[in-house]
Design a protein around this ligand. Sequence first.
Ligand code: COA
Length: 252
Amino acid sequence: MNESHDATTGDMLTLALRLRRAEGEDAAQIVLMRDGALLREAGDEAGDEAWLHGAEALTADAMRSASARARFLLGRYAAKCALKALRPQLAPQEVEIRRGVFGQPVVVCPQAGDLAVSIAHCDGLAAAVAFPQGHPLGIDVEIVASVDAETARGFVAPHELAPGLAPQEAYARAWCAKESLGKILRCGLAAPSGALALAGEALQGAAWRGRFVAHDQYAFVTLRAQERAFALAHPARTQPLFDEARLLAFLG
Ligand SMILES: CC(C)(COP(=O)(O)OP(=O)(O)OC[C@H]1O[C@@H](n2cnc3c(N)ncnc32)[C@H](O)[C@@H]1OP(=O)(O)O)[C@@H](O)C(=O)NCCC(=O)NCCS
């Protein structure tokens, strides 16, 4: 399991995330992982047992669909790599990332202290961010081409879209931004109309940033690689600092 803060292997990106505020900085960690990373781990002598908590193994075993199981495992592995980058002494098999009553990930482990995680899955890729509970974050990744504009119109109003983007990308980024806040709020996209409304700024290079109208204590940043859109929701007075170019290069 990778312990460094900033590293890329073929299947895995670990990216330091600094949460800068006027009063100081908190450390967080982003991990992106393709399913090859898990195959490599499973090929090691110990396989899943080296990192999977007993309760997580039971949850995975109870899953009927092999693809759902693979997604679950990849997300758990990515989240534990992110936790371990912040707490190198952590024993991954002693960390349970439980599903809360809303489906949200709940980190159960004394060694993890105040850390929490947010997780996203996207077509053979998992994204996770680990952060102090007191400094909430939400993450999402989507394949741009898979966001159906017709469905997205039910969740995103035209005035919320980033100007200057092709419609599909604009909808994908707005969708992603809303899901990232939905994860912080624990409601996902199942929120009343307007609850996740966006007020975006002009594009700045690859980044599209903005605020959430009804929750203006939160803001978002979205990035778009060739196929995928990425979003991070964060407290509005926090500046999330990470190497955007490396994230985009890995997302591909
Ligand atoms: C929650 C939701 C945003 C997840 O988005 P998605 O595109 O389906 O899936 P993603 O790959 O982006 O994210 C999945 C991860 O989100 C996390 N997640 C699921 N529900 C969550 C919630 N309510 N709050 C925060 N995180 C949540 C989980 O970690 C999950 O991965 P895991 O099951 O392997 O642990 C989406 O399913 C949704 O809007 N659902 C409808 C609302 C809903 O179910 N609300 C729960 C209230 S009962």
